[in-house]
Write a new protein. Structure first.
Length: 127
């Protein structure tokens, strides 16, 4: 069972706001998601599975980038710019991309983010 603090921690790690998580992960209203995060209601198992799957994908993508050792990665400032390169994706994938790049940068600050760099094939095959 996932508790409310764990749910909130994963949502924030994935850089999701409540409305994105509620809509895409939970398929519920913002209020329902807030009830889960406040501990007022229990986190359903299917929501736990979905958010944990996103976290596992994040871990995998970080390891793929570390293995590829790029010196430049594309940073998407807006969802619209992300969806242009990844039209099959949604806002959660954009936030996942941001979360992965933030972690990679924190681990290795020699990586340059550029909003004009080409689309990254590491993400293309998974998003």
């Amino acid at each position: 069972m996932m508790n409310n603090y764990q749910l909130q921690a994963l949502r924030k790690l994935l850089m999701l706001d409540v409305s994105e998580a509620a809509e895409v992960i939970g398929g519920v209203s913002n209020r329902t998601w807030q009830y889960w995060e406040s501990g007022r209601s229990l986190v359903p198992d299917d929501v736990k599975k979905r958010i944990c799957a996103l976290y596992e994908l994040r871990v995998f993508l970080i390891s793929q980038i570390r293995n590829a050792k790029p010196n430049q990665l594309r940073w998407y400032h807006t969802y619209d710019s992300f969806i242009t390169d990844y039209p099959q994706s949604d806002s959660v994938h954009w936030r996942l991309h941001q979360s992965v790049l933030a972690q990679v940068y924190a681990d290795n600050q020699s990586i340059v983010f550029d909003s004009e760099a080409g689309r990254d094939d590491i993400f293309a095959q998974w998003l």
